[in-house]
Design a protein around this ligand. Structure first.
Ligand SMILES: Nc1ncnc2c1ncn2[C@@H]1O[C@H](COP(=O)(O)OP(=O)(O)OP(=O)(O)O)[C@@H](O)[C@H]1O
Length: 500
């Protein structure tokens, strides 16, 4: 094996708070090294040190045998180290070609040259993307591929990917993995961060576990399993979740009848009961996002009817939705960019027209309890949200909505970026919330989460709601086949078979 990067005894901190306490790590050319750790373990900080955006305090790094101390992202890039950050954002107005070459010395070349070169890179990597298309028209998985192509254009030898696949559906993740395997076959190395333990096992050659500021263990991916990785992360066994097999039979909270949104959502009808967790899934162009955005008033429906507690309602904008006590946690990349103090961030979303009269002390107690329960890693609850790790920012957003006084709560990818231990807590909190009568609509691309958390799951395909599956009668394969449009032979539950 050919050693590319070696880091020894790396220490790093923020404002004198020690985060990395002696990290040792090496990556070979041709290798994908998985990096896992609970929220706040220091993964992003470590990657910042490697990619030149965070200066370490002490320790030593070498790259291709040479001493390596990048002072900036640009310097790291020039040495061949590139980073695709958590929640990366590309200007939606850029063409794919311009996006691929942004920040490189080729960026100023005439349009046709950049386009031809982008076209060649795209072909070499074996995917189909039109270099002239605007980034804003791409789904998230395609944007991730554009970022990977940017790494190739930068001629990065070490590519660091920080939770790039979070909230991507499995089949998009599979395409991304194929591309990554090709990159390492060309002699590059990849450090791949994810919270999905099955994913890291399938993509990585070795897996490093970061705990308490150090690399606690490095395992061969083929010699470990999800349970062992979970144990190493949490220092305890994962609880066996019980599936919510009984469809909730509470009063109806929401009914949607023949709802359409232009041609993106067509004639969708379903209902959600009080106390029910109703899952929704579909590929990015299935209309599932447009459906929840219509209910949340982000892009109102163009026809159809919505009933709340049996009464017809109009949702023409987000104000209507909030007045009707419909909450919406979106998974847009910029939704995690909140500022303000952690305490303020954890205050429930105020309902329109109603003053919040809870007294301050009980609020602070509540905040401290949420921080403890969700294992948010902070030493100062009055500190700014921007000082939290990515997963902890997501927990703040989620806790804020869970604490709000909504009758219907729509959550898009609520566990995005959250580690497996905290995920269990999130589910418990959602389940407690549903028991108070709140109807929850949960949009997720994580099928195991839908099966583990939801009473029923609706599948959207080509703008239509093609099935609603009761938890007891479904499994991940059934959901995938509905998403992709494969027909089933009739028969009950596990007896169902795919017709080829
Ligand atoms: N800009 C900052 N200022 C102060 N503290 C910070 C800053 N960024 C991160 N931290 C702290 O450093 C610690 C490690 O954060 P980091 O983002 O590296 O964790 P992580 O392992 O990547 O977590 P996640 O899985 O949630 O992304 C956290 O406790 C966080 O609060």
């Amino acid at each position: 094996m050919d050693l590319l990067l070696h880091a020894d005894d790396i220490h790093a901190s923020y404002d004198h708070r020690r985060i990395l306490k002696g990290v040792g790590l090496s990556v070979q050319r041709g290798e994908i090294l998985g990096l896992i750790g609970t929220n706040g373990a220091g993964k992003t900080t470590l990657m910042g040190v490697l990619a030149g955006s965070h200066r370490h305090d002490t320790g030593m790094m070498t790259l291709a045998g040479e001493k390596y101390v990048p002072d900036s992202i640009e310097e790291a890039q020039a040495c061949g180290v590139g980073l695709i950050p958590q929640n990366f954002r590309i200007d939606p107005q850029l063409t794919i070609a311009r996006a691929i070459f942004r920040g490189t010395f080729q960026a100023d070349k005439p349009h046709h040259e950049v386009r031809d070169q982008a076209g060649k890179l795209i072909r070499d990597i074996g995917i189909s993307l039109d270099p002239d298309m605007k980034v804003g028209t791409l789904i998230r998985a395609e944007q991730a591929l554009v970022e990977v192509l940017r790494m190739v254009a930068e001629e990065a030898q070490l590519v660091i990917m920080d939770e790039v696949a979070a909230s991507l559906p499995d089949h998009d993740v599979a395409v991304l993995h194929q591309v990554l395997r090709m990159l390492v076959r060309q002699g590059r190395a990849i450090i791949y961060i994810t919270h999905r333990l099955d994913e890291v096992r399938s993509i990585a050659h070795r897996i490093a576990v970061l705990r308490e500021g150090r690399v606690d263990k490095i395992l061969e991916a083929s010699h470990t399993d999800v349970d062992e990785l979970a144990f190493l992360l949490l220092q305890q066994e994962l609880e066996d979740g019980t599936r919510p097999t009984d469809p909730a039979t509470g009063e109806e909270a929401l009914r949607v009848v023949n709802l359409s949104m232009e041609d993106k959502v067509r004639e969708v009808t379903f209902n959600v009961s009080k106390g029910e967790i109703f899952g929704l899934v579909g590929t990015h162009r299935s209309g599932v996002y447009e459906l929840v955005e219509a209910l949340a008033g982000v892009h109102p429906s163009t026809s159809g009817h919505i009933f709340l507690h049996g009464q017809p309602v109009q949702i023409r904008g987000v104000q209507d939705a909030s007045r009707l006590k419909i909450g919406y946690l979106s998974d847009a990349a910029e939704s995690g960019e909140e500022t303000g103090s952690i305490v303020d961030g954890l205050q429930p979303v105020p309902e329109a027209g109603e003053a919040n009269l809870r007294d301050e002390i009980s609020q602070l107690r509540g905040v401290t309890e949420v921080i403890r329960r969700m294992r948010i890693s902070t030493t100062n609850i009055h500190g700014n949200i921007s000082t939290l790790s990515g997963g902890d920012k997501q927990k703040i957003q989620l806790a804020k909505w869970i604490g709000s006084d909504c009758d219907v709560l729509i959550l898009s990818h609520p566990s995005r970026g959250i580690d497996i231990g905290a995920k269990e807590t999130v589910y418990k909190m959602l389940s407690e919330l549903s028991q108070t009568g709140v109807a929850i609509i949960l949009l997720s691309s994580d099928l195991s989460e839908l099966i583990g958390w939801c009473h029923r799951v609706g599948v959207m395909r080509d703008g239509e709601l093609v099935t609603i599956e009761a938890n007891a009668n479904t499994n991940e394969d059934v959901l995938v086949h509905h998403m992709l449009g494969v027909k089933f032979e009739s028969g009950g539950g596990d007896a169902r078979r795919v017709r080829n």
